[in-house]
Ligand binder design. Structure first.
Ligand code: TYD
Length: 137
């Protein structure tokens, strides 16, 4: 599989001490956009998948703050699966990318840092519509 356009894992700094590790995200610093919303997905049954969709304009960073899961990214041409399993790794998902989250370990927490507020009009939930959207770009 080839790399999905411009999406990759960014390593966050880790401040280590005897009592554990600390990582941080900062507006317009290690997160290159203005953070408008942070949400997190939890209580996901072990082994389950969450449905696919794309965003027309939203950019996101996705972090497995606990546990692990896979994120499949698809730019309409290339597909890549990223395994997120460390809280200091953040997957940057640019706009116009189809994503599916899969194989959640039980008790895992998926934190999403987003460039915009929740907007249902920004979603593409149908894969064929996504491909048509990419062709019209
Ligand atoms: P969605 O973004 O589709 O996530 P996933 O593909 O992982 O299931 O969101 C799931 C549901 O949650 C959907 O019905 C929309 C709703 N939702 C909100 O109410 N607020 C939010 O900020 C987000 C991101 C989703």
């Amino acid at each position: 599989m080839n790399t999905v356009f411009d999406c990759n894992i960014v390593s966050l700094n880790v401040a280590k001490n005897r009592a554990g590790n600390l990582s941080s995200v900062e507006n317009l610093n290690n997160i290159p956009f203005e953070i408008k919303r942070i949400y997190y997905i939890y209580d996901v049954p072990g082994g389950s998948d969450r449905g696919g969709h794309a965003h027309k304009d939203l950019e996101q960073f996705v972090i497995a703050v606990s546990g692990a899961f896979d994120v499949l990214l698809d730019d309409g041409i290339n597909k890549t699966i990223f395994r997120l399993d460390r809280p200091n790794n953040a997957l940057h998902i640019k706009k116009g990318i189809w994503r599916e989250t899969r194989n959640f370990t039980s008790g895992s927490i998926c934190m999403v840092i987003a460039s915009n507020e929740y907007d249902l009009n920004d979603y593409i939930y149908d894969y064929e519509t996504f491909i048509a959207f990419k062709k019209n770009k």
